[in-house]
Design a binder for this molecule. Structure first.
Ligand SMILES: [Zn+2]
Ligand SMILES: [Zn+2]
Length: 540
């Protein structure tokens, strides 16, 4: 091997170092979230977890950091079926999100309905952004001052905005403000138009096409045209870094036009940014982008139920921001395995050959833990094994039973710390939830109460004999999963003279009534000895 010098720096570290060099404390990391519907894990890549890791990195460097999550509560409602019924979608189309009721009647409002589960899931991820609603911002003096500047420079702003608008140019006299209709609460430019603005009284005269109302409403209730709104928020929060979806990143796209508005007329430097690719859902083999308003989502609050929050953070941190990701709930065991591999590398137990990859894995693991990983390597129960064990023990709350079953199949040190044991039990609980909701059929097991008639008829004498020999072997000594697997091969080939593949099928048949199942040796070992031996001898 050549002694190639390896240089590796995680993009979070690079970005943190650049921001520190710019020396503009406090360091403000901002992200935005429209509460347009389900808050999915895809959104949380660019708007929560990655920028959260950056904010925490800056904090760990001893900097004064503000991490904001801007909630766009003044935005117009645009949810569609299947997320909502079509009459609900129609009734509230274009209405300010803040004014939309809960779609299921279970809480105060639309915003609460989608924000509450998100909020409670956040605590598991150990990321604590300061949430600030745009509704609140429109009442702030700093925002009002910015709106005043925008309204005074209307014509200049129109010219800049039009540079990025292709054919759909804004006409002279365009007021970049979306007023709220007092009567139906529409706020979308599709319905309400600002006719004139009164900065003295802070009111706007509007015409509403949704309910035909013509009136005057408080400007605090309305909102800026969204490109100006974005730029104004940068100014109000004094943002240093804000990531954005790749849809905003194109040349001439919204990020570029907002930056031009900030620099050329509003008089401040736009923040640094980072474009992010989207995360798609794999549904029936088809890749579909996650969308909040359309209801294609793996909800953020669902994640801690299926796997450790650090697994998701790790996946997002090891992948480059502009890598398009596909998420398939059936493949969660794979993501957990990848995370476990990084953990093993981090603790120096087993590292990939490629030093660059090893460094990326270790640093991403560390960042996934907010740079304070556990002191000792946790006991890693492979996820598919956890899934199997979870289905064998019916009472998940009985930790003694769980540990007893686990110990038969893998080494669990007797002196394991309470924290470690808790970690193991949590993974098993999560894997169980996953098997009930997302696991492909091959992961689901259900042991037959007795061998079926049909199976009895299928098996040949030699195969029944082999099952008996297997029972004898099990009784003769204690086995490890590896040795037991070898023994199954030996019995098949040398004693019973049947193919090992067939012997595996036979074993599955007597337990499940089907020809496939979980890894056989750990499965057998996880069961009660007496029960297994009895079942294997039943046909002798
Ligand atoms: Zn509700
Ligand atoms: Zn109206």
């Amino acid at each position: 091997m050549t002694n190639r010098k390896v240089y590796y720096k995680h993009w979070i570290d690079e970005e943190a170092d650049i921001l520190v060099r710019l020396n503009h404390p406090p360091y403000v990391v901002n992200t935005g979230m429209a509460i347009s519907g389900l808050i999915h894990i895809g959104k949380c890549r660019s708007d929560l977890l990655c920028p959260g890791a950056l904010a925490i990195r800056l904090e760990n460097l001893g900097k004064n950091v503000k991490h904001y999550l801007t909630l766009y509560t003044q935005d117009p409602f645009k949810a569609k079926p299947p997320l909502v019924k079509s009459d609900f979608a129609e009734e509230y189309r274009g209405v300010r999100i803040l004014d939309v009721p809960c779609p299921e009647g279970c809480c105060e409002s639309w915003v609460e309905h989608f924000l509450n589960p998100f909020r409670s899931a956040l605590s598991h991820f150990e990321i604590h952004p300061l949430m600030i609603a745009t509704t609140e911002m429109y009442r702030m003096p700093k925002m009002k001052k910015m709106i005043r500047v925008i309204m005074e420079k209307q014509e200049e702003i129109r010219r800049i905005a039009n540079r990025f608008r292709g054919e759909a140019k804004k006409p002279p006299g365009w007021i970049p403000f979306n007023p709220l209709c007092n009567k139906c609460h529409a706020i979308s430019p599709e319905f309400t138009e600002a006719l004139s603005i009164n900065l003295e009284n802070w009111t706007v005269e509007y015409q509403c096409k949704k309910c035909e109302d013509h009136g005057v409403s408080n400007m605090e209730m309305g909102k800026l045209d969204w490109r100006l709104e974005w730029a104004a928020i940068w100014h109000v929060l004094d943002v240093d870094f804000e990531p954005f979806g790749k849809d905003h990143a194109m040349a001439g796209g919204s990020r570029e036009s907002c930056s031009a508005l900030a620099k050329e007329t509003l008089g401040f430097e736009p923040p640094r940014g980072q474009p992010f690719e989207f995360v798609a859902m794999l549904i029936d083999g088809k890749s579909i982008e996650m969308t909040s308003s359309g209801g294609v989502s793996f909800d953020f609050d669902e994640w801690p139920k299926v796997a450790e929050p650090e697994v998701l953070k790790y996946w997002y941190l090891i992948m480059k921001p502009m890598k398009h990701l596909e998420f398939n709930p059936a493949r969660i065991p794979y993501l957990v395995n990848e995370y476990d591999r990084a953990e093993t590398a981090y603790f120096g137990i087993e590292e990939p050959q490629d030093l660059q990859i090893a460094l990326a894995m270790k640093r991403s693991y560390e960042l996934a833990h907010n740079e304070t990983p556990p002191k000792e390597v946790p006991i890693q129960v492979p996820y598919d094994h956890a899934a199997m064990v979870s289905q064998i023990i019916s009472v998940l709350s009985d930790r003694k039973a769980v540990l007893k079953v686990l110990r038969r199949t893998m080494p669990i040190p007797t002196e394991a710390s309470e924290e470690n044991i808790k970690y193991v039990l949590e993974r098993i609980r999560r894997a169980y939830y996953w098997t009930t909701k997302y696991a492909p059929a091959r992961y689901r097991i259900s042991i037959l109460p007795e061998i079926s008639k049909d199976v009895k008829q299928q098996l040949r004498e030699r195969e029944k004999e082999a099952l008996g020999l297997f029972a004898d072997a099990l009784e003769a000594r204690k086995w490890t999963p590896v040795d037991l697997k070898a023994e199954i091969y030996r019995i098949a080939r040398e004693v019973a003279k049947i193919s090992p593949k067939r012997f595996f099928q036979v074993i599955y048949l007597v337990f499940f009534g089907q020809k496939s199942g979980p890894q056989i040796a750990p499965f057998i070992l996880s069961l009660d000895d007496e029960f297994v031996v009895e079942r294997l001898r039943e046909l002798r």
